[in-house]
Design a protein around this ligand. Structure first.
Ligand code: GCO
Length: 264
């Protein structure tokens, strides 16, 4: 019985920004639990086709849809195409995100707005149009990808922190409004993971690299596959009474004040 709770056979999961990185890792987890993965990206059709090959090479059923999550008309068209060509969306993972590392006093307004648009407004836009089907069917799962910056500030990532802090509260309000329809809305808060997004600050000898390894009780950067379990849990019946929470997968960063570099 218990393992059955995590079985996603017959389910359809749309994961935004799932051609690489954390999005792909979480989508692979959902796919290996039985779900059909709707892969989304916006950079190029080639990138989506290459990603589909990777999913299929791991025995995962995946279909690709290129659309810009910040453009409501593209989102409406994509969701109706997905629901008529693939099927009704059971699980939505709002993962697509960007970051711009600039001190706030030097940040251009359009850059600030661009980060808010992708990281906070697009989860609202995509959820608004996917949830209508979930409300009609009285079931659904929404997972918003938050961050350490949903709880903590950091030099140069002010716009990102504003968006991820806002996304935590948007998650709570989605749960408040949609739980009565048997829709569970929760978040996943990744700590520091080895991805292309963190590559610039994860270089050997880079002070931030040393800082993270020392600041993280697990004393390492996370492996994207470490997120698969939380995605399966929040996408499955195992979380049918879990609502409005962020599951932090961070190696213990938020649990501790940290320690000086001379302490083991
Ligand atoms: C940064 C990082 C973070 C991580 C992640 C932490 O510059 O601090 O890129 O934003 O990617 O969001 O939870």
């Amino acid at each position: 019985m218990s393992i059955e709770l995590f079985n996603l056979s017959g389910k359809i999961a749309l994961v935004t920004g799932s051609t690489h990185g954390l999005g792909m890792a979480m989508a692979k987890g959902l796919g290996k639990a039985g779900a059909t993965i709707v892969v989304n990206g916006n950079s190029s059709q080639q990138k989506i086709d290459d990603a589909i090959k990777i999913y299929e090479s791991e025995g995962i059923k995946a279909v690709g849809y290129k659309f810009n999550v910040t453009k409501e008309d593209e989102v409406i068209d994509a969701i109706s195409a997905i629901q008529s060509e693939v099927g009704l969306i059971d699980i939505l993972v709002n993962n697509a995100g960007i970051i711009k590392r600039t001190p706030l006093e030097d940040m251009e307004v359009e850059d600030f707005k661009a980060v808010i648009d992708v990281d906070l407004v697009s989860p609202f836009i995509v959820s608004k149009h996917v949830v209508k089907g979930m409300i009609a069917r009285k079931q659904g799962k929404i997972i918003n990808i938050c961050s350490m910056m949903s709880e903590l500030g950091r030099n140069t990532v002010g716009a990102y922190a504003a968006a991820k802090g806002g996304l935590k509260m948007l998650t709570q309000n989605m749960a408040t409004e949609w739980a009565k329809h048997n829709i569970q809305t929760n978040g996943i808060g990744p700590g520091y993971f080895a991805t292309s997004q963190t590559a610039p600050i994860r270089v050997d000898g880079h002070p931030f690299n040393e800082f993270i390894i020392n600041r993280t009780p697990a004393a390492k950067w996370g492996d994207p596959d470490d997120l698969a379990g939380a995605a399966i849990f929040l996408g499955s019946r195992a979380s049918d009474f879990v609502n409005g929470h962020v599951v932090y997968v961070d190696g213990g960063i938020l649990a501790t004040i940290g320690k000086p570099s001379n302490e083991k």
